[in-house]
Ligand binder design. Structure first.
Ligand code: IDP
Ligand code: MG
Length: 149
């Protein structure tokens, strides 16, 4: 089973969208195997967004994601990296399709509600920032036999 990392950013928490985001993941059939609320320090945020270091928006991005509490989660499912990226929608909220999280709840690129890993490789790296391997819960959802062939 594939794993991915999703974070509800400070705007998502402040706007009361925690339940809404989790609801969308759950009803899709994605399994929640880890969940935590925290406020990132700059070092952690820089680790998460290492690939963007040096870009024009980097400082603003770090200020934004460290500005308040976030919710971090570990998710599991077949093709879950790709599925979650589809569910969150385009980085530019104004281009994100209706029905996606950013398409339904965001207006701009700089306040786009959620983060999710863009590859299996990055998912492993990002999960390791927030979770120990032993934090992942292993269980069977009651609907799994109907979600998968
Ligand atoms: P992603 O979150 O869809 O993977 P990335 O390109 O990896 O998009 O960018 C990471 C985050 O950095 C975005 O979600 C957004 O919050 C911020 N960001 C990216 N590009 C810009 C920009 O041009 N202006 C302001 N913020 C940006
Ligand atoms: Mg990204």
């Amino acid at each position: 089973m594939e794993k991915t990392f999703l974070m509800i950013k400070p705007d998502g928490v402040q706007r009361g969208l925690v339940g809404e985001v989790i609801r969308r993941l759950e009803r899709k059939g994605i399994k929640l195997i880890g969940l935590r609320m925290l406020q990132m320090d700059r070092e952690t945020a820089t680790r998460l967004y290492k690939v963007h270091e040096g870009k024009g928006f980097f400082e603003d991005l770090i200020n934004y994601v460290t500005s308040g509490p976030v919710v971090v989660m570990a998710l599991e499912g077949e093709r879950v990296v790709e599925i979650v990226r589809t569910l969150i929608g385009n980085t530019k909220s104004y281009e994100a399709l209706p029905g996606t999280i950013r398409g339904d709840f965001g207006m701009t690129i700089g306040r786009n509600v959620v983060h999710a890993s863009d590859s299996v490789e990055n998912a492993a790296k990002e999960l390791a920032i927030f979770f120990d391997e032993k934090d992942f819960l292993s269980y069977t959802r009651i609907d799994e036999t109907w979600l998968y062939e």
